[in-house]
Design a protein around this ligand. Structure first.
Ligand SMILES: [Zn+2]
Length: 244
């Protein structure tokens, strides 16, 4: 999971969302009505999905696992928990069908004060709550929120851990290639490698590497070439803009 910048929506689209919401707001406890309205709003769903695809990392990757293609619109606050957020733009995330239907479903864990325990990557940096061990591809929790996020989104699925560990190998190799091609003046090849890094699945791996490349101990971990490449491409490959 990496931080994502939520795209702004224009007034016209916001009006469509408001219109779609109005019957639900008139019957705020009616989850069946909300589900029915959501199901019928085909063009709104299509347009929401396009916006989410533009926000997602890589080639429309799932905003939770970062591996599969995002095919579904997930309601971060599930309709079953609060139907009034059915058409709220800030409540929509692009998810793969596994993360949406097999993992998260209607789960919405909260702490004792009622605050949600899931990391929202559009409003906070997942790195605050989650730590990724690059060599193994395993996540560990830094906070109770991180713990709930790992559990609910199934971030420790063996297939995801294996995928991240191999993505780490590929990223190091591509970064060495990029540095070699850049320094030998083969800029067209270097640009192709950079494009491939930009759309690589498991964006969380490169994201973690970019963060760690800033530390003085980075050359001992990544080697001098990979560290140099990471420091040079920072801000180019992945948007690391601060969250709102
Ligand atoms: Zn997923």
């Amino acid at each position: 999971m990496i931080p994502l910048q939520r795209l702004p929506i224009d007034n016209r689209f916001q009006s469509r969302l408001t219109r779609a919401s109005s019957p639900i707001l008139a019957a705020p406890a009616n989850t069946d009505l909300a589900r029915e309205r959501w199901k019928r709003a085909r063009t709104v769903r299509r347009d929401l999905k396009s916006l989410l695809e533009a926000m997602a990392a890589g080639l429309s990757r799932c905003m939770y696992c970062g591996d599969n293609q995002g095919t579904d619109i997930d309601h971060f606050t599930p309709i079953a928990h609060d139907p009034t957020h059915t058409f709220a733009w800030v409540n929509h995330f692009l998810a793969c069908s596994h993360c949406n239907s097999n993992q998260k479903r209607d789960q919405y864990p909260c702490d004792g004060s009622g605050a949600c325990l899931l990391v929202d990557p559009t409003t906070e940096d997942p790195n605050t709550h989650l730590s990724l061990t690059l060599v193994t591809g395993a996540y560990t929790a830094r906070t109770p929120k991180g713990e709930a996020t790992i559990e609910v989104f199934g971030l420790q699925r063996p297939i995801l851990q294996q995928g991240r560990a191999r993505a780490y190998v590929r990223c190091r190799s591509m970064l060495r290639d990029w540095l070699l091609q850049s320094e030998s003046g083969d800029l067209a090849e270097a640009s192709e490698v950079l494009d491939s890094l930009r759309i690589h699945p498991f964006a969380d791996v490169l994201h973690a590497m970019l963060h760690r490349a800033e530390s003085p101990g980075a050359p001992a971990v990544f080697g001098p070439e990979v560290t140099t490449a990471l420091r040079r491409i920072r801000g180019v490959v992945l948007p690391l803009a601060p969250l709102p």
